[in-house]
Design a protein around this ligand. Structure first.
Ligand code: PLP
Length: 625
């Protein structure tokens, strides 16, 4: 039994995940604190009866819980601080555009006047088909063409509160022109560029060099143009966005302070600003370290809300400005926890050997020297042993290249090398001060576990920006893992490797995993993948969207699958790459016909082949049992 939480589940799992009594990863119901949790493996077993992994498991309750929490904490701070207006949330659709996510959020959020933020025409169309409350906002960021602007203006006839956020002077002129043509006054917001910068991975979204928002000289120009057109009365919202995953609460405070200065000044210019929108940025503690660093945050949700409300009140009271409705656009924090990627391990490549080959008289003398290292291997002489080991192995490799050692002899040498290195590894587990090359060699000894998933499709941020997501086996958590591994995906790309892991002791280059015996099923879960990952992913090697199951948590360890979304079929990914599946089948049949004519293929073989081809076209893109 392993009683240690080696994966740090208590630290990052918090109100969402825990280890069950049976040693399985369990999903807690955060709305019902004392309720028993649901073992993720039981959901997987149920799904396996119909589908194949990999899966995205989407827990609808977690979406609702986070929306609820964000509102509750803001409202609590409003009461405590005596802020004289409301909080209103919007969900930035780009963070997860999937229909199930947006629909569930807007359905649950209706009673909270929860709205949506969009950044493109397709996202606007999504927003304009949701049943929002009459006070919910549709905040339109991004570059807008005539069609986009017309849709925004006309949507006000359908009782949507659609706010056009001005991103440039050119856009403002277009909005003025179109609003005169359609004879509808726009609801306008202005996106300001703040000078404060943030740390962390999204620092380039903040400060003078950020790509978005109007600098101060353009803000004055916007006000001038609006006044000239008698449209300053339309400017009701000030927008800013600091960047995602802000690690430090002080940065949030400073940024809010600066946003308030602009708010006061623009209000003094006569704009009837009613809303201050502070964008996204609320982070997730992926590592559970609770520190101001990448992948972690040094604040709680409660602190975040309190700091914003307090800062806005203090700053605006100083200048006697009426308290506006405060908006935030928390994407990551709202949806990250709700999705888990679950995949099975297809195979393992183990880089050690439990037995040391026996040396015979015919073996090269260097092999026996190599083996003698075991006689003087101890903690104090590891570096010396490592040097000797490499010297003999390299000399023997030269002999192999020069045709003086055969394949079988070389295999014996490499096996002996790995055996001695694994003995060193065991010795070093308790010793820290060894040189980098010894450590690297030991790390290179990590096993490779081959997973049935595509890093490029399902975890694009891990590939592109070294994002860390907690990863754990979803079962056997009460058994001591005896292997250390890196995880390789199913694509034929060496970049498809995960080699940074969140563990209880900190970040590690390898993950402890269990030995897989007799082809048993072994599943890993990747957590907090609900934000940004699902649509950012690409079709590398033509691995498509995974199967998705949306789950609702019931009482007494029960759950209900409320929606199943079948992952991309081979035919679908082929179509994305401009192939016509029908034409491919026709071409294949023609090629087979030629072989039948040449008598290299029998007719019944051809029919079997065509059936396999047809089935493959309709199949899942991942490994299927
Ligand atoms: N609002 C805007 C304008 C954004 O660009 C983003 C993303 O960067 C967000 C909101 C969401 O940010 P987060 O996911 O950090 O909450």
């Amino acid at each position: 039994m392993s009683d240690k939480d080696i994966y740090g589940i208590k630290k990052w799992g918090k109100e969402f995940f825990e280890i069950s009594k049976k040693g399985n990863l369990a999903i807690k119901n955060p709305f019902q604190r004392n309720n028993v949790s649901i073992e993720l493996i039981s959901i997987i077993h149920k799904l396996n009866k119909k589908f194949s992994p990999p899966y995205i498991i989407r827990i609808i309750d977690y979406l609702e819980y986070m929306i609820h929490q964000i509102h509750e904490k803001f409202n609590k701070s409003i009461d405590e601080i005596g802020y004289k207006n409301k909080y209103r949330g919007v969900f930035p659709v780009k963070v997860n555009q999937q229909a199930q996510v947006v629909e569930q959020i807007t359905k649950y959020g209706k009673k909270l006047d929860f709205g949506l933020e969009v950044g493109s025409k397709p996202e606007l169309l999504i927003a304009l088909t949701q049943k929002l409350s009459k006070n919910s906002l549709v905040i339109c960021n991004g570059v807008k063409d005539e069609e986009f602007i017309k849709l925004c203006l006309l949507s006000s006839k359908l009782s949507f509160k659609t706010i056009i956020i001005l991103e440039s002077i050119k856009e403002l002129n277009l909005v003025i022109k179109i609003s005169k043509v359609v004879n509808i006054l726009p609801l306008l917001g202005i996106r300001i560029k703040l000078t404060n910068t943030i740390s962390g991975k999204w620092s380039q979204s903040s400060g003078d060099r950020s790509a978005f928002g109007l600098p101060v000289e353009k803000i004055t120009e916007v006000i001038k143009i609006l006044k000239e057109n008698n449209m300053l009365k339309c400017l009701i919202l000030q927008h800013s966005h600091l960047g995602s995953q802000v690690p430090d609460i002080i940065e949030i405070r400073k940024y809010t302070q600066e946003a308030c200065r602009f708010f006061s000044e623009i209000s003094k210019e006569g704009a009837p600003l009613k809303y201050i929108d502070l964008g996204g940025g609320l982070g997730i503690d992926y590592t559970g370290q609770n520190k101001s660093m990448a992948h972690s945050i040094n604040y709680s949700l409660e602190e975040y809300c309190f700091n914003i409300i307090e800062t806005v009140k203090l700053e605006l009271d100083k200048e006697n400005v009426k308290h506006p409705i405060i908006i935030t656009e928390s994407g990551r924090a709202s949806v990250a926890a709700s999705s888990i990627l679950v995949f099975n391990i297809l195979d393992t490549t183990l880089f050690d050997t439990k037995t040391c080959p026996k040396i015979s008289k015919t073996d090269h003398i260097y092999l026996s020297y190599m083996k003698q290292i075991l006689n003087y291997l101890d903690k104090e002489r590891v570096q010396e042993c490592f040097n000797d080991l490499n010297y003999y192995r390299d000399e023997l490799r030269i002999l192999f290249r020069n045709n003086q050692i055969n394949l079988k002899e070389m295999a014996k040498i490499e096996k002996t090398y790995l055996f001695i290195l694994s003995k060193m590894k065991a010795l070093l587990e308790k010793k820290n001060n060894v040189s980098d090359d010894v450590l690297k060699a030991i790390n290179d000894l990590a096993d490779i576990y081959h997973g049935n998933f595509s890093l490029f499709q399902s975890l694009p941020d891990v590939w592109a920006i070294d994002q860390l997501h907690p990863i754990t086996p979803i079962h056997k958590l009460n058994k001591k893992p005896t292997r250390r591994a890196v995880i390789n995906d199913i694509t034929c790309d060496s970049d498809g490797m995960i080699s940074k892991f969140v563990l209880n002791d900190g970040i590690s280059n390898t993950i402890p995993l269990h030995e897989i015996k007799n082809n048993e099923d072994y599943y890993l879960g990747v957590f907090f993948v609900g934000a940004y990952q699902e649509t950012l992913g690409d079709l590398h090697n033509l691995f498509g969207d995974t199967n998705v199951a949306s789950i609702r948590l019931l009482e007494n360890s029960e759950f209900k699958i409320i929606h199943e979304q079948i992952g991309d079929k081979v035919s679908e990914v082929l179509s994305y790459a401009e192939y016509s599946p029908t034409k491919l089948l026709k071409n294949f049949a023609e090629i087979a016909d030629v072989s039948v004519k040449n008598k290299s293929l029998k007719v019944n073989e051809k029919n079997k082949l065509l059936k396999i081809f047809k089935d493959s076209i309709q199949g899942y893109t991942y490994y299927e049992n």
